[in-house]
Design a protein around this ligand. Structure first.
Ligand code: CO
Length: 501
């Protein structure tokens, strides 16, 4: 079998997972030519929380970053993480905005698009995949890995077949919580290779200490590419370190060849950058966190969970609330616990324990039950749907969530023109997702924002009936954490979310 190939994630997921996405373009550029000459199959450099972070914290134009990185590393395909119909935000955008985003990104030099949906609802991937293919670029369809009675290897493989039929060039297994066990990784890769026949990539995190072992099992099963980073932006909540993977593969017939001197040089360079970003790093993210396996909850969510319960005078209810998370998740059709669903499920579980089951239903939880985020993987509790109908008169929607949205590009151009801002696709899509931050970028008097600690203030959830609800769960403090007000059918809900890694 051919040697396995590595993608490198240090310029995106590495610092997003361990340093709150705060690496600047200036900190990336010296390393880019070295990374470019190493033989990586791809460099993940863009998307995820990087666009938000560029605008909100670093005062950078994210498209300028991509162009600069393309120039500095022209020989290796560059990869971005795209959240399907949500682009790089947390709510659905109309098709014309998704298409404009992909077109602008392709024109700026993006090569590979990793496209996913938090619910694995493939309807939310269709527009992005189609547009990537129309731009002549590589569409990598992602299967979000999670554990539940409905998330079987067979179901994931079926999704892989569907992604191939939708036009994907390769299939990624996206294990954002780092919970895929080696034998499961082996089984999934084996079956996806047999039944899908496209290149298979495994992406995991070392949060629970399983990452490198699962990569090894996937390599034994014939995975084409695994994703590694460069220490110290590696291991812990990020991807396993490249050097560590090489050591693990010593003597393996699929061990790739890398210049160890250059790897040492990169490690030294990024050690300096890690120190510069010390304000945003935390030992909590660097250690192995096996609690995430016990509770089946993403590591970032658990780290503040105990504190949140204490603030609610529910410190003694930890085990009860954790058990309730299982119940709520089942009632909501076994949705994967990733952003923003992890926060929504956690908050609802706290409310159920505090006020009694479903006495208060968070609007965001109701929206999941009503299919407003997409189709949950399992069956939503009929009792819950009935309660929501009794209280709000709302019934589950049948179609794709974005079908309810009208085209927005003409309006976006008008809004920008009214502000004397450029009205090209790049400007429109950034304005659509981050209106205030994008406008700030064009204020000549405003100096580039100095990196600052992310806002972690809690926002009260809106209760479906009377009673003071507990504060929503906070995400890990050193991840990009934001509040989003979602208004759907006139009902406003506030969720606090951090980026899906
Ligand atoms: Co990731």
């Amino acid at each position: 079998m051919k040697p396995v190939r590595f993608n490198n994630t240090v310029l995106r997921d590495g610092h997003q997972s361990l340093a709150a996405t705060r690496m600047t373009t200036a900190q990336m550029l010296p390393a880019a030519p070295i990374l470019d000459g190493m033989g990586f199959a791809g460099l993940e450099t863009w998307g995820g929380a990087t666009i938000d972070s560029c605008l909100r914290f670093l005062g950078e134009n994210p498209f300028d970053r991509l162009r600069a990185l393309k120039k500095a590393a022209p020989h290796t395909p560059q990869i971005m993480l795209l959240r399907g119909q949500n682009i790089v935000q947390y709510t659905s955008f109309p098709d014309d905005v998704v298409e404009a985003f992909v077109r602008a990104d392709a024109a700026a030099g993006q090569d590979i698009f990793r496209i996913f949906d938090a619910l694995n609802d493939t309807r939310n991937l269709a527009t992005a995949i189609k547009t990537v293919k129309a731009c002549g670029k590589h569409a990598r369809g992602e299967i979000c890995y999670t554990t539940s009675p409905v998330h079987t290897v067979e179901a994931f493989v079926k999704m892989g077949v569907e992604l191939r039929e939708m036009g994907c060039d390769s299939i990624g297994i996206k294990d954002m919580s780092g919970v895929i066990a080696p034998r499961i990784a082996y089984a999934m890769v084996t079956q996806l290779r047999q039944r899908v026949g496209l290149p298979i990539i495994l992406h995991t995190h070392d949060t629970a200490g399983l990452g490198a072992s699962s990569y090894l099992a996937a390599i034994d099963a014939g995975v084409d590419i695994v994703e590694t980073s460069i220490a110290p932006f590696a291991n812990g909540t990020a991807q396993p370190d490249t050097l560590r993977m090489l050591a693990l593969l010593e003597g393996h017939d699929r061990c790739p060849t890398f210049d160890l001197k250059k790897l040492a040089q990169l490690r030294e360079y990024f050690t300096g950058v890690y120190k510069e970003l010390g304000k945003f790093t935390s030992p909590d993210n660097e250690r192995v966190d096996s609690d995430t396996l016990i509770y089946q909850v993403p590591g970032g969510m658990l780290s503040n969970f105990r504190n949140q319960l204490k603030e609610q005078n529910m410190g003694d209810k930890f085990e009860q609330v954790m058990a309730e998370i299982f119940y709520v998740r089942e009632a909501l059709g076994w949705i994967p616990l990733v952003t923003p669903t992890s926060q929504i499920v956690g908050t609802q579980a706290m409310m159920n324990v505090k006020f009694g089951r479903w006495k208060t239903i968070a609007p965001a939880a109701a929206d999941i039950a009503l299919n407003k985020y997409g189709r949950p993987p399992g069956i939503v509790s009929a009792e819950l749907i009935k309660l929501i109908f009794e209280r709000t008169g709302q019934k589950p929607i049948e179609g794709r969530p974005a079908d309810a949205l009208s085209p927005r590009m003409p309006k976006l151009r008008e809004e920008l023109a009214a502000k004397n801002l450029p009205g090209d696709d790049e400007a429109c899509v950034l304005h659509a997702m981050f209106p205030q931050e994008f406008a700030k970028l064009h204020q000549p008097a405003t100096p580039a924002a100095a990196p600052s600690a992310p806002a972690v203030t809690a926002t009260p959830a809106v209760a479906a009936d009377a009673g003071a609800p507990p504060r929503p769960l906070q995400a890990a403090v050193n991840r990009t954490t934001q509040h989003y007000a979602l208004t759907i059918d006139g009902q406003r809900s506030v969720v606090e979310v951090s980026e899906v890694l």
